[in-house]
Design a protein around this ligand. Structure first.
Ligand code: ADP
Ligand code: UDP
Length: 238
């Protein structure tokens, strides 16, 4: 399968057409951004790690009954995926208070939550991805109630499966963001990526951050953290 026209260049990936109208090729970059693009940088080797990690986790989730856009990894940085119409929501699940949740609600970062939470942000860079609730989603015609219900079911299933998997690696899944899309027949599938860019992953023993917060917060050892989390995954994935 060959790359056709570049359809989109985002902050972390490029998206190409292919000869099959139902398939795309995504190409992962080393570029890193934070705070809605205000902070920019490069994390050497990130594209390769995010591509391989996202694919491995999507293969795992498919086995656990979560349909995904994943089709085939074609090289270190590039993957064939099913083309979807992205539902313009960032779906965020949290197990432990961190980041914007800790700030909004005045909870110390690291406080375990009584139960996992879900929230939606409207995927719109110009508006700064504002928080949005289900009524807003329906009122703005971003998704139907049935689609929202499916997305919630899948998102919590993703959480349970990834939480279990990362625990076997000695890693705590603190929170993460996922995106969903519609195939041409309307089926909802998990899309985009699952990687240290989109998850908070803490070493279960030391609490060390093994994710993009090292970049966001200038903690140093960014490349090393991405390599460490990838090597843990490779040692434990089936
Ligand atoms: P951003 O748009 O936030 O800068 P990226 O650099 O990751 O993000 O760009 C990838 C884009 O491709 C995102 O807008 C994402 O929603 C979209 N996307 C991810 N998976 C698919 C897919 N299977 N089909 C169509 N678009 C997708
Ligand atoms: N996240 C993401 N993309 C975004 C915003 C958040 O992947 O545009 C992820 C982030 O990596 C974390 C989770 O979603 O794992 C929750 O992020 P939070 O709302 O705490 O935002 P932040 O503190 O990153 O601003």
């Amino acid at each position: 399968m060959n790359k056709g026209e570049m359809l989109y260049e985002g902050k972390a990936k490029k998206v190409y057409a292919t000869e099959d109208p139902d398939l795309l090729i995504v190409s992962y970059k080393d570029d890193a951004t934070a705070f809605n693009g205000l902070k920019k940088g490069t994390i050497a080797g990130k594209g390769v790690i995010n591509n391989k990690m996202s694919n491995a986790l999507m293969r795992l989730l498919e086995k656990k009954g979560v349909p995904t856009h994943y089709v085939e990894e074609i090289n270190d940085r590039e993957t064939i995926v099913k083309k979807v119409q992205i539902v313009p929501l960032e779906v965020i699940i949290r197990n432990i208070a961190a980041g914007s949740f800790a700030k909004h609600y005045g909870v110390t970062e690291g406080t375990p939550l009584k139960a996992p939470t879900i929230e939606f942000s409207y995927k719109n860079d110009d508006l700064g991805d504002p928080l949005i609730n289900e009524y807003h989603v329906i009122a703005l015609d971003l998704a139907t109630q049935e689609e929202i219900d499916t997305i919630k079911t899948y998102a919590f299933r993703v959480n349970e499966e990834l939480r279990k998997f990362w625990l076997t690696c000695g890693v705590t899944l603190v929170d993460f963001k996922v995106e969903f899309g519609r195939l041409s027949d309307g089926t909802i599938v998990l899309a985009d990526e699952i990687s240290p860019d989109t998850c908070r992953l803490w070493d279960s023993k030391t609490g060390d951050k093994l994710d993009k917060d090292r970049f966001r917060r200038d903690l140093g050892g960014v490349e090393e953290a991405y390599q460490e989390i990838m090597s843990r995954l490779e040692q434990h994935i089936g």
